[in-house]
Design a protein around this ligand. Structure first.
Ligand code: ADP
Ligand code: MG
Length: 305
């Protein structure tokens, strides 16, 4: 984690927020659980730490709501992802993590019956404006899924695929970009002598690092990772985690994980979601060591979920 671990007083609670007052006398009425309020369908203001309010986030999610047909999956989510930092989204299965991530590159446009309100800004430009060209938008983002999905072609052609569909034909440019992306993805030494071999012959962990290389070869503004290690063994997982940490020197990363140790190891900021709502968002060290909400503490210490 690159965030200094200084003692920072909690930000004042927004008005109307149901939240604990640790100093309240015991005669005060019992505080209602934020999670109970969410389960009852009430609006609950997210607890956003002072150091997670960015003046100029790369990705700025603003009051974003999403419905799948009659069912609402995201409720008024607002959060910013800081430049060259790793932001993790954690929360129980089904809380909307993947929906939120897929909404960034508008993959949910492809699902029938999806309706959204609110917006997201990528380096200041609207993702959901009617005039936004979705093909162009997706070129500005890289995405990696749970299961490695190399294309049935060579290692080289996999990595340079985004450049090829963009019309790049110069061999020297493609070779240079391929090497840079494979080096940045910590797999160059393992594949440099067999770039023309099929990507399908690589191990699962190598395939996932290859998919990360393909996702960054065109220099995306944000790299989106949806549980990228969930299909990998522990050793391959550690290598990909190291890679995610390194890669954030040059890229802004948004990673969904249900693995809290992973969020602690790889991320600078952590957002805790529950039933489609953002509950608490802050520097990873604060979320795991001194969250503002008891519900967040219960979740990160494994007491529910
Ligand atoms: N294509 C879809 N159509 C309808 N409902 C969906 C679809 N995808 C996800 N959902 C629902 O949206 C909610 C959030 O799902 P998801 O974003 O996959 O959660 P997570 O990634 O946190 O496990 C769940 O209730 C899920 O059943
Ligand atoms: Mg998911």
């Amino acid at each position: 984690m690159t965030v200094p671990d200084a003692a920072i007083p909690p930000a004042p609670s927004p008005r109307g927020h149901v939240r604990a007052d640790p100093g309240a006398p015991s005669s005060a009425p019992a505080r209602r659980s934020v999670l109970d309020a969410i389960r009852a369908g009430e609006h609950v203001e997210a607890e956003v730490h002072r150091d997670a309010r960015f003046a100029d986030p790369v990705l700025d999610i603003r009051s974003f709501c999403l419905h799948y047909g009659p069912t609402q999956a995201l409720f008024d989510v607002s959060l910013g992802a800081a430049r060259n930092r790793v932001t993790a989204i954690i929360g129980p299965s089904g809380c909307g993590k993947s929906t939120l991530l897929r909404s960034v590159n508008r993959l949910n446009d492809l699902v029938d019956g999806v309706r959204i309100t609110g917006d997201m800004l990528l380096n200041g430009s609207s993702i959901y404006d009617r005039r936004t060209d979705v093909i162009h938008l997706r070129k500005r983002l890289g995405m990696v899924f749970q299961k490695p999905n190399p294309f049935p072609m060579s290692i080289f052609e996999n990595v340079v695929y985004p450049l090829r569909i963009d019309g790049e034909r110069r061999r020297s440019v493609l070779l240079g970009a391929c090497e840079r992306a494979l080096r940045a993805s910590a797999i160059w030494d393992e594949v440099k002598d067999r770039l023309s071999a099929s990507a399908l012959r690589l191990s699962g962990g190598q395939q996932q690092r290859l998919c990360i290389a393909r996702a960054i070869v065109a220099d995306p503004e944000v790299l989106l990772l949806d549980e990228p290690c969930s299909a990998l063994d522990p050793i391959a997982t550690l290598r990909v985690e190291e890679l995610i940490h390194e890669i954030s020197a040059r890229y802004t990363v948004l990673i969904v994980t249900h693995n809290m140790q992973q969020a602690m190891r790889v991320s600078d900021f952590t957002a805790f979601m529950y039933l489609g709502r953002l509950v608490e968002y802050g520097p990873t060290a604060e979320i795991f060591q001194r969250p503002h909400l008891p519900e967040t503490e219960q979740y990160v210490t494994g007491r529910f979920g």
